[in-house]
Write a protein that binds this ligand. Structure first.
Ligand code: URP
Ligand code: ZN
Ligand code: ZN
Length: 470
């Protein structure tokens, strides 16, 4: 059935105008004023409200075996939560254990998602070791449409790679034109600091920050960028939390390194005092890199507004407070790392970014949708409202007023890190390829309709100015 959205205030990353949007099948086919509804069309009157391209979360963990347990969501709950919050495409990190081949990991993650995903999804292929079979397997996975890798400089013994593996991964990425997403922390420093803190009796969640201070993250960024400089690969630094890390990335960029920067909604809104809450409450706020001193938040907001930082993701990694975080009750190094946010990223970014005047509407779209689509090869199918693009639309309700609460959430985890925070607007209608998938805070789409998105590689072209500038 065709879908006609009338009286839309269309907001793209580089334009803003009033028009109607006609979607035929899964695609936007016409944008004009006064479009007559085709026979049998579903008509939604946007009433002059903003209509955004479907939002894209470039960094999620729906299926994640990690630190002795599994992230709580599955592809049904996680993608429904994404849709309720306005996210129509996610990029999931495939994180094979070190004793699993890349081919096995890729197959396992595909199996988890197939028939369950409700929004569209793509993968970053985690390169968690590099051995004799890796080159051939990674070539096949890239040929199957996974145009990006993920490496961890932390979590040695689990997902982390050593320097020889990093070199080989970036060299292959350069050859294939694959962007490499990277978790940047110096694992040796983390291990030494953790041991010192535990020996000094610091066993609670408040010690997590001091085991991974900003300089440890900045060293990881510098390290990665040195390898990127020498191989010529394009790198994308995930979950950047602090001034020191941004400065290291920008210094590399000034040397000509192709480096893109992601931050998270958690770092923009929460600071390290949340992880210092009394009792074990702080465990809800343990993630890596850790929540930082609040002075870093202005640096991140300014980075987004000025184009130094390209994307706002969630790194959604949900672990229950009551049954999973206590794995580290007596030793903070064993607390499963992660703070869930897939459901609330967009409403929080709107409330604290757009409503406060930190971001323009266009910048909001750029950092929450378009830049990820461009960097990772989905644009212009995703990330823009224009004829030929997928009919992924978010009709926004700017008059909604509410409060975040775990008691009302769709994501399958027993707490919400933003509990009690007020929200000033939310998606009224969310469509995925022409089908309404969420309305007014509830999922109403089709389970399993989410599509695995194949992506071309970026080739050896330099990252363009628009991708650099946000
Ligand atoms: O603490 C985090 N970030 N958990 C998820 C795994 C990762 O490092 O991205
Ligand atoms: Zn990470
Ligand atoms: Zn992650």
């Amino acid at each position: 059935m065709p879908l006609l959205v009338t009286n839309a205030e269309i907001i793209n990353a580089d334009s803003r105008f009033s028009a109607d949007i006609l979607c035929t099948g899964e695609t936007i086919t016409r944008i004009d004023r006064g479009i007559a509804p085709p026979a049998g069309a579903e008509v939604i009157d946007a009433g002059g409200r903003p209509v955004f391209p479907g939002f894209i979360d470039p960094h999620t963990h729906i299926y994640l075996p990690f630190m002795g347990t599994f992230a709580k969501d599955n592809y049904e709950t996680g993608t429904q939560a994404a849709l309720v919050g306005g996210t129509t495409t996610i990029f999931e990190m495939v994180c094979p254990a070190r004793d699993m081949s890349h081919a096995e990991g890729f197959a396992l993650w595909r199996k988890q998602a197939e028939g369950k995903a409700c929004c569209d999804y793509s993968f970053h292929m985690g390169v968690t070791r590099f051995d004799a079979d890796s080159t051939a397997q990674l070539r096949e996975i890239v040929a199957a449409g996974v145009g990006s890798f993920k490496v961890f400089l932390a979590y040695k013994g689990a997902f982390g790679v050593d320097d020889a593996e990093l070199w080989k991964t970036l060299s292959l990425a350069k050859e294939l034109g694959v962007v490499v997403a990277a978790h940047c922390e110096n694992e040796t420093l983390v291990a030494e600091l953790q041991a010192e803190l535990l020996a000094a009796g610091r066993t609670g969640p408040d010690a997590h920050h001091d085991s991974r201070p900003p300089r440890v993250e900045a060293e990881g960024v510098h390290h990665l960028c040195t390898f990127a400089e020498l191989t010529g690969a394009t790198v994308y630094i995930v979950h950047t939390s602090c001034r020191e890390a941004i400065e290291a990335a920008i210094a590399a960029r000034e040397r000509g390194v192709k480096v893109l920067i992601e931050t998270l909604i958690q770092y923009l809104l929460l600071d390290k005092t949340w992880a210092e809450r009394p009792g074990f409450e702080g465990a809800k706020y343990v993630m890596s890199p850790p929540l930082r001193d609040s002075t870093n938040q202005a640096v991140l907001w300014n980075g987004l507004a000025s184009g130094l930082v390209q994307t706002v993701a969630t790194d959604h990694a949900p672990f229950d407070f009551l049954s999973q975080k206590p794995l580290g009750k007596h030793d903070f190094t064993l607390i499963p790392n992660g703070i869930p946010a897939i459901e609330d990223r967009i409403t929080l970014l709107w409330t604290h970014g757009v409503k406060t005047g930190r971001l323009t509407l266009e910048q909001f779209v750029a950092v929450a949708s378009t830049n990820a689509a461009r960097i990772f090869g989905l644009w212009p199918t995703k990330g823009v409202i224009q004829p030929g693009a997928d009919a992924d639309l978010v009709i926004w309700d700017p008059d909604y007023r509410g409060t975040i609460s775990a008691t009302r959430q769709t994501q399958a985890v027993d707490y919400n890190a933003f509990e009690g925070m007020p929200i000033e607007g939310r998606p009224a209608v969310v469509t995925v390829r022409g089908e309404v998938a969420a309305r007014d805070g509830g999922f109403c789409g089709t389970v399993g309709r989410g599509r695995f998105l194949t992506r071309p590689t970026v080739g050896s072209r330099a990252v363009s100015r628009s991708e650099q500038a946000g």
